[in-house]
Design a protein around this ligand. Structure first.
Ligand code: ADP
Ligand code: MG
Ligand code: ZN
Length: 631
């Protein structure tokens, strides 16, 4: 396809120049080689020994002698030349005399002493001196040229990687799809394949309309949308949505990821952007999709170590390209990020990515819809209730749900079933949440008891605190890192949470540890993860939500993105004194929750014992059984 020669600096002139160089070097090599060869081939005498030559001289067969360094070459009357090596420090005369050649005979010979720097040596030396120079010059030239042509171009093993610097954008559909060996194919995904996200679809519909019939908008003098920024957590279907926009409009979809822009050398990014947009214009109308735009579009001038030239250049190039769209350029740039907060304000200015579409984690209804989309065409058993499954999977993104359905199908196949039933969905869900079940005997009897009481403690506390989600399942089967687990069933999506709800959650989290202490008067490491979560929750209550009377209505600390790790850091914007107060308050909140949990379990000790015993026998207790036991 025609993406080959469109990068800067590869003009025909420099091309010719290269060829001249190559020819020059080749010529040099050939002449040098030929000279060497000929000097050897023509001059090479028959190898012989000194006595042979001496004998030939005595026999009067030799016309002339040539002394070349340590070589003594005798030319016989019949044209044959004999060459023999003599001792280095002894003259040819002496050597021959010693061998018994009479002085007079020697005198009649024409003897030519050639300088040691013989012709061969001269050729050889010249070649040896200039060849490396020539080669070095050639390589330096090539390197410079490659760099100029593909800034950042690297010489890769296996030849010059001449496609570095050209965008790696993949065109799906359009004539360029030849590369993937697919005929004029456009994304087949449409909005029907994206479940939930109704709001986002509504906002994107306008873009689709524009791609379909731009004239309508242009006639009315409307400024057409150029850029859409999609923000949302990973796996929520941003890529899918962008594809669906192209699919709905029936236009090619050109895709590149932000991280592909940022490579080893300065300048690659910018040239890739140019290439990307060039390609898009060729295939217009088209959708350009830039994934992970935060990789290049991070706010400039912040973070450690100052700016990053490469990123800035790339970002600038994107902005330049977008600003340079003519009013009739029918290309829509869709960018995706899960960190919209760290984007450079220049990106979100009007005329650039001025439309923001938020894609959030799906709620219950959306989860059910997504599950339905992905179960399409899969044989579901009667008991497979997707609505229940949706309830059980808060926090799952679209990608997780897709994975869940797939895992369930695999499980059903492995179990030799012809349909996917609820047990398969349940097991896959637990597997995804808590890791795979661990088979075999992991725990001693003593440890099993501790785990049983620990989990029973969580469950009993959760059951007896108002506002808490009902317990869906308690189990002492080890999964992943957890030795047992208690799974709540969120009844409905809570958008607003009260302080009491947080306090109850803390009690539930600490219930496991409280039960251990109550029953065994001894504690174990089993509560490590519970404590971590409880501490985080308590800290958020104090520093984020203003739930502490002592510390008041204020947010403590400022969240910061770390440009290198991509992780969150926190900068402290409060005094040391406040820090102490925060620590103390967190401690008090946790202590209070623990005391309350322990008090509750002391009161409900019978139920705790009953549940723990049931767990030891059956390993897993489901909700109906649990409700009966707690009644
Ligand atoms: P993102 O780009 O936001 O990280 P993707 O678009 O790559 O997420 O989503 C990964 C996969 O998850 C998709 O290919 C799709 O199968 C599934 N998925 C995510 N969200 C949805 C949704 N709303 N409806 C249907 N499938 C979804
Ligand atoms: Mg994606
Ligand atoms: Zn626990």
């Amino acid at each position: 396809m025609e993406e080959r020669n469109n990068s800067v600096g590869a003009s025909p002139k420099s091309r010719t120049f290269t060829y001249v160089w190559i020819i020059l070097v080749a010529l040099g090599l050939i002449t040098g080689g030929l000279a060497l060869l000929s000097s050897y081939a023509s001059d090479r005498p028959q190898p012989a020994l000194l006595p042979d030559i001496a004998r030939a001289i005595e026999a009067g067969q030799v016309e002339s002698l040539v002394v070349r360094g340590d070589m003594l070459i005798a030319e016989k009357n019949n044209g044959v030349r004999l060459g023999a090596r003599k001792e280095a420090n002894v003259s040819a005369f002496e050597s021959l005399e010693v061998l018994g050649v009479p002085q007079q005979t020697l005198r009649t010979l024409s003897i030519e002493v050639e300088p040691t720097e013989s012709r061969t040596w001269v050729y050889f030396g010249t070649a040896l001196t200039f060849l490396p120079l020539l080669l070095i010059g050639f390589f330096i030239f090539i390197a410079i040229r490659t760099m100029r042509r593909n800034p950042g171009g690297m010489m890769m093993p296996g030849g010059f990687q001449n496609r570095i610097g050209q965008s790696n954008a993949r065109v799906i559909g359009g004539a360029a799809a030849k590369e993937e060996d697919t005929a004029l194919e456009r994304p087949k995904v449409t909005f029907a394949d994206v479940a939930g996200s109704e709001q986002a679809k509504l906002e994107l519909w306008e873009v689709v309309e524009f791609l379909k019939e731009a004239e309508k908008f242009i006639k009315l003098g409307a400024r057409v949308p150029k850029g859409v920024l999609m923000a949302g957590p990973p796996g929520t279907g941003k890529t899918l949505m962008a594809k669906a926009v192209a699919g709905e409009a029936g236009v090619p979809f050109i895709h590149i990821s932000g991280s592909q822009f940022v490579e080893m050398f300065v300048g690659v990014g910018a040239s890739r952007v140019r290439d990307l947009f060039k390609k898009a214009k060729e295939h217009s109308p088209a959708v350009v999709f830039i994934d992970e735009i935060d990789a290049v579009g991070r706010r400039r001038g912040v973070g450690l170590g100052g700016g990053n030239d490469e990123r800035e250049q790339t970002l600038n190039q994107i902005l330049v390209e977008m600003d340079g769209f003519d009013t009739d350029t029918n290309v829509i740039v869709v960018a995706a990020t899960n960190r919209p907060d760290i984007l450079d304000p220049a990106l979100t200015r009007p005329g650039r990515f001025d439309r923001k579409v938020l894609i959030d984690l799906p709620d219950v209804e959306a989860r059910e819809a997504i599950l339905q989309v992905h179960s399409r065409g899969k044989p579901l058993a009667e008991d497979a209730n997707l609505a229940d499954l949706a309830k059980l999977t808060p926090g799952f993104a679209g990608a997780d749900l897709e994975n869940l359905v797939n895992e369930a199908a695999i499980l059903a196949a492995r179990r030799g079933l012809s349909q996917i039933g609820m047990p398969e969905f349940q097991d896959s869900m637990e597997r995804i949440v808590a890791g795979p079940e661990r088979k075999g005997k992991l725990l001693s009897e003593q440890e099993r008891q501790v785990v049983a009481y620990h989990e029973a403690g969580h469950a009993v506390v959760m059951h007896h605190t108002p506002d808490s989600d009902p317990v869906h399942k308690v189990s002492i089967i080890s999964r992943g890192m957890a030795l047992g687990y208690t799974m709540p069933l969120p009844e409905y999506q809570r958008l607003l949470r009260t302080r009491e709800a947080f306090e109850n959650e803390l009690m539930g989290l600490l219930g496991g540890r409280a039960a251990e202490e109550l029953i065994f008067q001894r504690v174990t490491t089993g509560a490590g993860n519970d404590l971590e979560r409880a501490t985080r929750l308590a800290r958020a209550m104090v520093t984020r939500f203003g739930f502490s009377d002592k510390l008041g209505l204020r947010v403590y600390g400022e969240e910061q993105g770390n440009p290198f790790l991509g992780a969150m850091g926190e900068s402290r914007n409060y005094s040391e004194e406040r820090a102490q107060a925060i620590d103390q308050e967190i401690q008090e909140i946790l202590d209070r929750a623990y005391t309350q949990a322990k008090a509750l379990l002391t009161e409900q000790r019978q139920k705790l014992e009953k549940l723990a015993q049931a767990l030891l026998e059956e390993e897993t207790i489901n909700r109906p059984q649990f409700e009966v036991m707690m009644a």
